[in-house]
Ligand binder design. Structure first.
Ligand code: ADP
Length: 536
């Protein structure tokens, strides 16, 4: 090997941080509050991050110590995003929607020493306060009854005692910078520890034109929580290019979001389908015209949603795929070049093509690689510099295959690399030895005007082993008729996929990160709690 002459300069969040503060000092962070928007410049936020780093050092936080955040998307959460990794500690973003026992588990498992909590979230953290074994200090931001948490410190008082100009250490690019636990739909949540290097590369990846094409001319509305896979990486990527960051805090319903968009005029956003559906159904009159694109993922994006946003708002929704373990962005559904406009939707409704930098393959149950022919179905496996190689202090060999992460997602790949996820491995429906895609059935059903949401689960069947049960949430004021819905599906999916069993439900049960929780539906069915109509 011939040695290169290049500098071995560490890929660190610190370098992104210092770049954003100097080069884009005037870019803005806008936090939505009950009294409207509160704005600070990057220069001001960076100074406050310095003060936070100094305050945490004074509290004894040093290299590798975990600092938890229990916060909405807001300015001080961003301050922690910047200060904690850059001072050499590890930011542990806590999911405020975890069940209390899981919340206590992840704090204790990560051995958080400090937790920064929003005043409005104190009651949620208080539920587990007595179970925390490693936490030495709780820092409260804003108003709230801190007494429920025992002795607490005040965020603003801590900052006020410090000066900007913290001297950040040189960090090892492979050291952990931030941690996030998966939602643990099966078993305990598992921790993923992102490095400086992985975060740096992921930031460049998502900001590139291959993905979201961020620049200083953008204003990003961060709807995805900063406690869920780092808000899909947007805070770091946006900061590094000088894009304004709009933080909606708890104002995440259709009405407030429409108002935030109309007033702050963001150019880009990312959200899960449920949030976008909510806006489409409840605020079709909103002016979303400032948005040049919205990236949507976390679950399959229904065609009706993409078309609805095109037609109602004139805003393109671009599907993306990833998971906590993949930082999270791994694939994005930009239309391949040369596609006629009339055919673009055929690609837009698919899951996406791999980002440059990550490699994706599909494997059968024996672990053999399958062809990219759009037909062969198998488990998606992935590797790359921002894909986790293990779980934090958790032996999980079965999740890896020759150095590739087994994603638990099942799908096909086209010759041009387009992935189509048909199911999560744990939700697949195997009827007569063949897979039925619950995701396809759901997305097609959600295109029917009488259907608000649909979840399809496999239930035991004497003849076919499993058959699909379609659980349907009616659209406002509608009473969907199973015979109609079945007829609607007839020319859209294979005949043997058509569900014979139907149930109307009020709401699809969701996990702490808002995904369809199908195990709850399967249990309800098994317990006889669902009223099932037969129709064939
Ligand atoms: P969890 O903690 O539940 O794993 P993640 O956000 O990490 O939460 O979930 C990742 C999973 O979400 C993926 O493995 C996949 O099943 C699903 N997912 C994400 N994006 C898409 C998409 N575009 N289409 C289908 N499924 C998706």
């Amino acid at each position: 090997m011939i040695q290169s002459t290049m500098q071995d300069f560490p890929l660190s969040i610190t370098s992104l941080f210092q770049h954003g503060r100097r080069i884009h000092a005037d870019s803005q962070v806008i936090t939505w509050t009950e009294d409207g928007p509160k704005t600070a410049t990057f220069a001001e936020v960076a100074d406050r991050a310095d003060q936070l780093a100094a305050a945490l050092s004074r509290l004894g936080i040093g290299a590798g110590d975990r600092v938890g955040t229990f916060c909405w998307n807001n300015q001080h959460h961003l301050e922690a995003y910047l200060a904690v990794p850059c001072m050499g500690a590890v930011l542990h973003t806590l999911n405020i929607r975890l069940f209390p026992e899981q919340l206590a588990y992840v704090i204790n498992h990560a051995e958080d020493k400090v937790i920064i909590v929003d005043g409005s979230l104190i009651p949620l953290l208080a539920k587990v306060a007595h179970e925390l074994t490693t936490v030495e200090h709780i820092i409260v931001v804003g108003e709230g009854d801190g007494a429920q948490l025992g002795d607490t410190l005040d965020y603003e008082e801590l900052l006020a005692a410090e000066q900007p100009g913290f001297s950040y250490p040189e960090v090892d690019e492979r050291a952990a910078a931030a941690m996030c636990y998966t939602s643990g739909t099966t078993g305990n949540p598992k921790g993923v520890a992102y490095s400086h290097r992985s975060t740096y590369l992921h930031s460049f990846g998502i900001a590139s034109a291959q993905a979201m094409a961020f620049s200083q001319h953008d204003r990003l509305l961060l709807i995805v929580p900063m406690f869920h896979a780092n808000a899909w990486g947007m805070p770091y990527a946006g900061w590094s290019v000088g894009a304004d960051l709009v933080m909606p805090q708890q104002f995440l319903q259709a009405g407030p979001l429409a108002e935030i968009i109309e007033l702050t005029r963001p150019t880009y956003s990312g959200a899960v389908p449920t949030v976008l559906n909510d806006i489409l159904h409840n605020r079709p009159d909103a002016d979303l015209g400032s948005l040049r694109q919205i990236v949507c993922g976390g679950s399959a994006v229904p065609r009706s949603l993409i078309e609805g946003f095109d037609e109602t708002f004139g805003v393109p929704v671009v599907q993306a795929w990833g998971m906590t373990e993949t930082s999270p962005l791994a694939a994005i559904a930009h239309v391949p070049r040369g596609t006629a406009a009339a055919n673009a939707m055929e690609w837009r409704v698919r899951t996406g093509r791999p980002m440059p930098g990550v490699e994706i393959r599909i494997c059968d149950e024996a672990g053999a690689e399958l062809p990219w022919d759009g037909q062969a179905q198998g488990e998606i496996e992935i590797r790359g510099p921002w894909i986790t190689g293990s779980y934090y202090l958790e032996p999980t060999d079965e999740k890896f295959h020759d150095g590739w992460l087994r994603t638990g997602d099942v799908g096909t790949m086209e010759p041009n690399g387009f992935i189509q996820i048909s199911d999560r491995a744990k939700d697949v429906i195997k009827s007569g030895g063949e897979w039925i895609s619950s995701v396809d059935l759901e997305n097609t059903l959600m295109g029917h005007p009488d259907v608000r949401e649909a979840a399809v689960v496999g239930i035991p069947d004497d003849r076919w082993d499993e058959r699909p049960l379609a659980c349907v949430v009616p659209a406002e004021g509608k009473v969907p008729d199973p015979a109609d819905l079945r007829a609607y599906l007839e020319d859209k999916v294979a005949k043997w996929w058509l569900p014979e069993r139907w149930a109307t439900i009020e709401e699809v049960p969701k996990t702490s990160v808002g995904k369809f929780d199908k195990k709850v539906l399967r249990r309800r069915y098994a317990d006889g709690e669902l009223e099932v109509t037969e129709c064939d």
